[in-house]
Structures are given as structure tokens and as C-alpha cells.
Design a protein around this ligand. Structure first.
Ligand code: SF4
Length: 701
């Protein structure tokens, strides 16, 4: 008799958010499979997802009980949870009393469940009285958030995955979904196989695996995306391939967009982008002739000092063609993390307020503070991700609480982050694994329950909210993150954190959304468990969810129109190349690794794909430096250097090199650690760092 118990859940890696069936047999052995009934992935899983059972079962690296340093020079020692909460609350209270609430901050993760995100946001903004709560989603999607707000009125992904099978033209910019959003890409690939007339345009300085299925690869120079999108806009206008009726009736500010599009001729734009004029014309022809057009993008646009300009110039193309608010059409940001969307919904960033309310709006702030029953919410945004570590470095921020993320590897200009963490008066790290480099900086280390060990909800890239059940017990004394947060809040003496379970937290979050554009007051754990996943909004208890937004062509702006925006700048001017640093470094992901490898790094099967960091370099650039394939090279930027093995090809543009972002310290040296090199300059509005544009030189070791 098969005694395996099966549970429906969601993959804990990327924002595609695939549905899974997790089996646990009588011996406790865990198996995973794709859930054929889950709409986002229809049973498919990529290699990372397929191997999640090894990660869930291996507890060798787990943090098992709270550990505390009695002073900075003492080693971590095991303590009870009560002692840990007592100490954390005492230190936070004393720092806040002496230096004010803005002297403490929380840095969390797009891998947190929505309930955890909600609670930490409530604690920080509503009770401690600071907006210093930010997340690694700042490094990922914040430029897209601002782009959506400026164009559509709110941070709202308009479309759903089903639209992929309905569209006949795709513009994929600054993304490699074949590796980074594999199951979503499989849907697109299949659609193209079945419908050869479907056109795919890829914009990337590298010829990635996504280009294999493309009709047109625009291999642009890094930092020139705005010029390209403006040039496509100009060509669409010139050729009258725009939807005049839609523009007149449903949009505002068209003239500003047009003026910007006409700043350069097509020939000038092509020269700046380093691509043929004919290819820009071809891209505009594909888009202009499409019946249904989807744009997809991710870090190549977002992670830039001009990330917002890149986003709005791309969004303009959907408005020009009227390709939004109807099946098979629309802009589609591909979220990096599994629950970055849920975090955005609860306002889990320094610049946002819960339930998509506006931090700058006094009425909204009062509504939220009245609802929470804490204190007044500050109007000014708190420290964003890079600002938080700058503030630690400068002594303005005294204590930081880091949840489920590894900034000692993932932040740009990471040497500065190390220095800042050493300077901090008090560092709390709440995580599942000792594999995180950041745990080495902890004064207080708190063991968190992992995926399958706690219940909660997540929202994937298509606004689909799903319930994740608790399937197994956490090892040692590890607790769910939500419980750690509410028990700390209780230790601080705050009322309003007297929860019995995550379901109560979720109900509170749902209630706060009532009457907003993301109203999910019709949702509950009960509905999610019994009826399956829902796409927001779900405004009442019999509502079935909303696959597409703006089908009535009414947008979330005050005038209900979609707004064209003139991008504020054309070029990325973050860092000049010169004779000393003549190459541009681009950083990114590889197929089988995830973030800083704390989980994927321990799965042998995943290491067979790419076991080590490597520098991708054009063979011509290498020849000029007498570097051969497989050589160890030194990569230097204005901030630091790394050694790494070189992989040569002709697929990456000359003058551009690529280094994966996953590797931190390996064997106690900085082999391949990309963020020794990267730049911590940020977009002035979204505050997203410039990971994709860093001047370097490469020489043989
Ligand atoms: Fe998990 Fe993303 Fe792979 Fe789906 S595509 S199985 S969500 S990593």
C-alpha cells in the first residue's frame, strides 16, 4: 500500500511560481513533481524545481537554535528563544531611545511569505515609527514598480501567462527567460513551435539561449535600451502603426513621448545602440504588424541607474500600439523572486505603504495607522537597500535585522557592505542556513523554518496568489519567520501582534486591501486551500479572481488614462570606460543556480551544469589581451578585483564581459565574486542599483 501523503504547494525559487505536488512517504522521504492542475506551469518544473526535495531534506547546514554573542569579541553561543527575544528587544529599545527610530532598520527578502512581509512592514512603519524596511526586491524589480506606477497609476502587472499562447509578437528585453524563467519560456517556445508565424525579438548584448528561438536578436551596446525603444516608437509613428483611437481616448501625454522619440534619427539611434538600422526597422515592423503584442523584461532593464527611463520607454510601446487590456497583449515584467509580488502588495519596501496605498498621501497613512492601531507613519521613505548599508557604514544606522537574504554576497560593491556590517552596533540575522555568508556578521542568529516547514501565501509574476501548507516539521528549534516577528514585536511591548497563527495575519492583510485596486478581501486560507489559486483583485467571497487588468481600458491613474512618459535620459552615464577600464561588465544568472547558492549550491545534480564561476568574454577581446580559453584572469574595476576562469566565444559583444552573480567567497578567497566589482550607484527614483554596467579591465593572472 502506498502511504505517501501528497501536498499541493508552490516552488520556492523564481517568480514563475510553478505549482508542485510534494510527497512525503512513511519514512519521511520527500519527493516533488509538477502539479498538472496548476495553471501557471501545467505540471512542468525546471531542473531547480525538480531537485527541491534534496534541499528540503538536507538539514546538514541548518541553523538549529538561537545563538548570541554576549559582546562583539565573543563567539556565538546557544541561547533560548526567550533570551534571544529579550536581548533583541533590549538592544533595539535602547538604540531607539538614544538615537531615534530611524537608527534601526530591517532588510528582508522576496522569498519571504506575504504574511511575514506584512508583519515586518507593520512592525517597522506602524509601531517602531521608521520606514527603514527594505528588501532585496529593491535589487530586482523596483524600477519596474516605478515604471508601472508612472504609466498605469499603480504597480500592476496587467496580463497573465495564458496571454503567451494568444500573442503573435514578443519583445524580450534584458532577460534570458530560457535560463532564468524556464517554465514560462517553455510555454513561449511551444507556442512558437506550434505557430511559426509568431515573432520573437530579443534585446541583449549577449547571444543567450533565449536567442535560439528568436526571429531577431538586437545585440545592443549596454545602456542604450532607451534609445532603441525610442527609435522603435519613432518608426511606429512614422509608419502609422500606432493605435490613434486608443491613444486619443485612453492615454495622456502622447506628445511628450513623441518628442522624445524624435530626439534622434533612426540612423543616429542605430549607431548609438551598435545595431543595424535595418534591424530597428524590422523590430518596428514585427511590433506594428502584430495583432497581439507582449513585451517581457527583467534585470537588464531594471538594474540600472536609468532603470525607470528604460521601463517607461518600453511601456510606451504598449500604449502606442494600444496593446494593453486585451487578451494576448500587454507589458509583462518577469519577477525574479517567488514572492517579490506579495511583498509589493503589502508595501514591504521603504518607499511603499501597505495595500498599494501611497506613502506620500497623508490620508492613506492615517488609514493604515488607524487600522494597525500603532503610531503615526512617517511620510518620508526610509533607507532603501544600498542606502541602508551606506547608513550603517556612516554610523547613522546602528542596528540591522536581516531576514532570509544574503547581502554579504548579493549587494553591489560588496566590500563596502562587509565593512558596514562590521561597523554596525547590532546585527540580527534570521535565516535557515549557515551557508549564508551574512550569518558570519550576526550578533544574534535566529533559526527560521524553511519552505515546507511553515504555512503562508505567495504571489507569482501573473498576480496569482497561492497557499503553501506546512508539510514537515522544522529541524531543531527553528520557528516560522512570521512567529519570530510577532514574538519580537510582543517583546518590544507592542499590542496588535497577538496572533495565534498565520491565517489571522493573512485575514488582516486581506481586510486592509478592501476598497483598493488590489482588493483581496474575498480571499482566505479556506478559499485558497479549497478552490486553488486566485489572481488579484478578488473583492468578494464568490469572486473568481482577475486574470487581466484594464479590460475596460480604465487605468489606475486619477484621470483613468494610461500615461506616456518621456524617459528622463537616453544613456546610462553611471560609469565611464577609459584606457584603464575599457570593458563593460554585465552580471546575471546561470540556469541551475539560485541567488547566492545557499540552497542550489548543495545539490550535486545542479552543479553538473555550471560548477564554477566563469567570465564570458569575446574571443577578440581575449586575443588582444593574450588570454586563452580556460585561463585564469584577473578582473578589476574601480572598486575591487576577482580572479576567475575565462570562457571565450563570439556570442557576447566585443567590449562586454559577463560574470554570474551567484558566487561569493569560495575556499576563503574571492574567486569569481562578481559583487567585488559592481557599482552601488542607483537609479535616482527607483533606487535600484546598476548591476549591469560596470567598467572593468581583464588581464591574464
Ligand atoms: Fe521553480 Fe521557477 Fe523552475 Fe518553476 S521555473 S520550477 S518556479 S525555479
Amino acid at each position: 500500500m502506498n502511504s505517501t501523503k501528497t501536498h499541493k504547494t508552490i516552488c520556492s525559487y523564481c517568480g514563475v511560481g510553478c505549482g508542485m505536488l510534494v510527497g512525503v512517504d512513511a519514512k519521511g522521504t520527500i519527493s516533488v513533481d509538477g502539479n498538472p492542475d496548476y495553471p501557471s506551469n501545467k505540471g512542468m518544473l525546471c531542473t531547480k524545481g525538480r531537485n527541491l526535495n534534496y534541499v528540503a531534506q538536507d538539514t546538514t547546514d541548518r541553523i538549529l537554535y538561537p545563538e548570541m554573542k554576549w559582546s562583539r569579541n565573543h563567539p556565538l553561543q546557544r541561547v533560548s528563544w526567550d533570551a534571544a527575544f529579550e536581548r533583541a528587544a533590549a538592544v533595539f529599545k535602547s538604540i531607539i531611545a538614544k538615537h531615534g527610530p530611524d537608527s534601526v532598520g530591517f532588510y528582508v527578502s522576496g522569498q519571504c511569505l506575504t504574511e511575514e512581509y506584512y508583519l515586518i512592514n507593520k512592525l517597522t512603519k506602524g509601531f517602531i515609527g521608521t520606514n527603514n524596511i527594505d528588501t532585496n526586491s529593491r535589487l530586482c524589480m523596483s524600477s519596474a514598480v516605478v515604471g508601472y506606477k508612472k504609466t498605469l497609476g499603480e504597480d500592476s502587472v496587467p496580463i497573465c501567462y495564458e496571454d503567451i499562447e494568444l500573442a503573435d509578437c514578443f519583445l524580450i528585453a534584458g532577460a534570458n527567460p530560457a535560463w532564468c524563467h524556464p517554465i514560462l519560456y517553455r510555454r513561449l517556445e511551444k507556442h512558437k513551435e506550434e505557430n511559426p508565424n509568431v515573432k520573437i525579438i530579443v534585446v541583449d548584448p549577449r547571444k543567450t539561449q533565449t536567442c535560439a528561438g528568436a526571429d531577431l536578436h538586437l545585440q545592443i551596446l549596454p545602456g542604450t535600451d532607451v534609445i532603441l525603444f525610442n527609435a522603435i516608437a519613432r518608426r511606429l509613428i512614422d509608419k502609422r502603426k500606432i493605435d490613434v483611437a486608443f491613444i486619443k481616448k485612453h492615454t495622456a501625454n502622447f506628445e511628450a513621448c513623441k518628442e522624445m522619440a524624435y530626439t534622434l534619427t533612426l540612423k543616429e539611434a542605430a549607431k548609438k545602440c551598435g545595431i543595424p538600422v535595418a534591424d530597428i526597422r524590422k523590430a518596428a515592423e514585427y511590433i506594428g504588424n502584430a495583432k497581439k503584442f507582449i513585451s517581457m523584461w527583467t534585470m537588464g532593464l531594471n538594474q540600472s541607474v536609468i532603470g525607470v527611463a528604460k521601463n517607461v520607454s518600453l511601456l510606451n510601446l504598449s500604449l502606442l500600439t494600444g496593446q494593453i487590456g486585451k487578451p494576448g497583449s500587454g507589458p509583462f515584467s518577469l519577477t525574479g523572486q517567488p514572492n517579490a509580488m506579495g511583498g509589493r502588495e503589502v508595501g514591504g519596501m521603504a518607499s511603499l505603504l501597505a495595500a498599494h496605498k501611497n506613502l506620500g498621501n497623508p490620508k492613506h497613512r492615517k488609514e493604515v495607522s488607524d487600522f494597525w492601531g500603532g503610531g503615526e507613519i512617517q511620510a518620508e521613505p526610509g533607507y532603501t537597500a544600498t542606502e541602508m548599508f551606506d547608513a550603517l557604514d556612516e554610523g547613522k544606522l546602528k542596528a540591522i535585522w536581516i531576514i532570509c537574504t544574503n547581502p554579504a554576497v548579493s549587494m553591489p560593491n560588496v566590500k563596502k557592505v562587509e565593512r558596514a556590517l562590521k561597523k554596525a552596533k547590532f546585527v540580527v540575522v534570521q535565516d535557515i542556513s549557515h551557508n549564508s555568508e551574512t550569518t558570519k556578521f550576526a550578533d544574534l542568529l535566529l533559526p527560521a523554518a524553511g519552505w515546507l516547514e511553515k504555512e503562508g501565501t505567495m504571489t507569482n509574476s501573473e498576480r496569482r496568489i497561492s497557499y503553501l501548507p506546512k508539510v514537515i516539521d522544522a529541524p531543531g528549534e527553528a520557528l516560522p519567520d512570521a512567529e519570530i516577528i510577532w514574538r519580537f514585536a510582543q517583546a518590544m511591548g507592542y499590542t496588535g501582534f497577538d496572533y495565534a497563527n498565520s491565517s489571522e495575519v493573512y485575514d488582516e492583510h486581506c481586510l486592509l486591501t478592501k476598497g483598493t485596486e488590489i482588493d483581496i478581501s474575498g480571499l482566505s486560507y479556506e478559499r485558497l486551500i479549497n478552490e486553488g489559486s486566485f489572481q488579484w483583485p478578488v473583492p468578494h467571497k464568490t469572486h473568481k479572481g482577475t486574470p487581466r487588468l484594464f479590460t475596460d481600458r480604465k487605468f489606475f491613474t486619477n484621470d483613468k488614462k494610461a500615461h506616456f512618459n518621456a524617459p528622463s535620459t537616453l544613456y546610462n552615464k553611471s560609469e565611464e570606460t577609459d584606457n584603464e577600464y575599457p570593458l563593460i561588465l554585465n552580471s546575471g544568472r546561470v540556469r541551475d543556480q539560485w541567488h547566492t547558492r545557499t540552497k542550489t549550491g548543495k545539490v550535486k545534480r545542479l552543479l553538473t551544469h555550471i560548477p564554477q564561476p566563469y567570465l564570458e568574454m569575446n574571443a577578440v577581446d581575449a586575443y588582444l589581451r593574450k588570454i586563452k580559453d580556460g585561463d585564469i584572469a584577473v578582473v578589476k574595476s574601480r572598486r575591487g578585483q576577482v580572479q576567475v576562469k575565462v570562457q571565450l566565444n563570439y556570442d557576447i559583444r566585443e567590449s562586454v564581459v559577463f560574470l554570474p552573480m551567484h558566487w561569493g567567497k569560495v575556499l576563503n578567497n574571492d574567486f569569481g565574486r562578481a559583487n567585488n566589482l559592481t557599482n552601488d550607484l542607483v537609479d535616482p527614483i527607483s533606487k535600484e542599483p546598476d548591476f549591469k554596467y560596470c567598467a572593468v579591465e581583464v588581464s591574464k593572472f
